[in-house]
Design a protein around this ligand. Structure first.
Ligand SMILES: NC(=O)c1ccc[n+]([C@@H]2O[C@H](COP(=O)([O-])OP(=O)(O)OC[C@H]3O[C@@H](n4cnc5c(N)ncnc54)[C@H](OP(=O)(O)O)[C@@H]3O)[C@@H](O)[C@H]2O)c1
Length: 271
């Protein structure tokens, strides 16, 4: 395996929140980081400037990862510098819908970002040519999942379906893309407030796990670096969620916090 200083990683949706933590962890581990953004240009540029000031190598790159042409153009830009060693499929859309009311076109767009783009980036990573006479490169695609896939409830229906399919695809793609690339999953629990969630709601929800404490996004990011640098692991998913997937809830955590407060939510530890 190349030393980390010679390896490069692409992080989708890398400008803010978990994506930014992942960019930071790889940069601190010595990787060259490509931070893909769509809307978060200012955040991505500022993040990469900070990482460079701290001695890392990081570049922000705007790309549309929702189209095949956009993904191919991004891969061409990145691999023009050097082969890509890892991709972290972090970008995702989290839109409220239900099994009863989902709109097919909106669901298709969400599946495009959350499922098709990660599958495509993994195969593009694996399809890079191996320079003749060189040792096989260790390449790794990482799919960011969600503890929801082990702990079903019907809220955020299309999002959940997309992550369920991606979770199953970890093993499937590991089989299909070997030995050209490894494929692993990282499955976080709740990390940040999303959608309509208030700060108060989030601070309670963040503790509704076995350890009764918030999950540190840096732990999720370090897990990505660990998997990218550990050549013997493929087809596996690491849960980084303080055991949240072992705390069943009837609805998305943000909708049962009030019941948690009132002590009426079933199968729920005290927050
Ligand atoms: N947040 C949590 O508590 C939590 C819990 C479990 C799992 N996860 C998983 O962890 C990952 C990161 O979570 P996060 O909350 O940090 O993510 P996020 O803020 O919801 O989204 C990350 C980035 O994805 C890009 N993105 C969103 N919708 C897009 C679309 N329709 N087309 C193209 N790009 C789009 C955006 O990039 P731009 O801003 O540049 O447009 C956005 O900043 C996700 O895969 C998520 O499913 C998160």
């Amino acid at each position: 395996m190349l030393p980390s200083a010679h390896r490069q990683v692409l992080v989708t949706g890398g400008g803010r929140r978990l994506g930014a933590a992942i960019c930071e962890a790889f940069a601190q581990a010595g990787w060259r980081v490509w931070c893909q953004y769509r809307a978060s240009k200012d955040e991505a540029l500022a993040l990469c400037e900070r990482l460079r000031a701290e001695g890392g190598t990081a570049r922000a790159v705007e790309a549309d990862i929702t189209t095949e042409a956009g993904r191919r153009a991004l891969m061409a830009e990145v691999t023009a510098v050097a082969p890509l060693d890892a991709v972290v499929n972090n970008a995702s859309a989290f839109e409220p819908d239900s099994a009863q009311d989902f709109a097919a076109d909106a669901a298709g767009r969400q599946l495009g970002v959350n499922l098709i783009a990660p599958l495509d980036f993994a195969r593009l990573l694996a399809a890079q040519p191996q320079p003749a006479g060189t040792a096989p490169a260790d390449r790794c695609a990482l799919h960011i999942l969600d503890q929801k896939v082990y702990n079903l409830n019907p809220d955020y229906f299309t999002y959940t379906v997309s992550k369920l399919a991606l979770e199953r695809a970890v093993a499937l793609q590991a089989q299909a893309l070997a030995p050209s690339a490894r494929v692993c999953g990282v499955s976080p629990g709740i990390l940040y407030a999303s959608g309509p969630q208030t700060g108060d709601n989030f601070s309670l929800a963040a503790r509704a796990n076995l350890m009764r404490r918030p999950i540190d996004p840096a732990d999720v990011a370090r897990s990505c670096v660990f998997l990218a640098e550990t050549a013997s692991v493929t087809g596996s998913t690491l849960s980084v969620d303080n055991g949240q997937h072992l705390v069943p809830l009837p609805r998305d955590i943000m909708f049962v916090v009030d019941e948690l407060l009132a002590g009426t939510a079933p199968s729920t530890p005290a927050p």
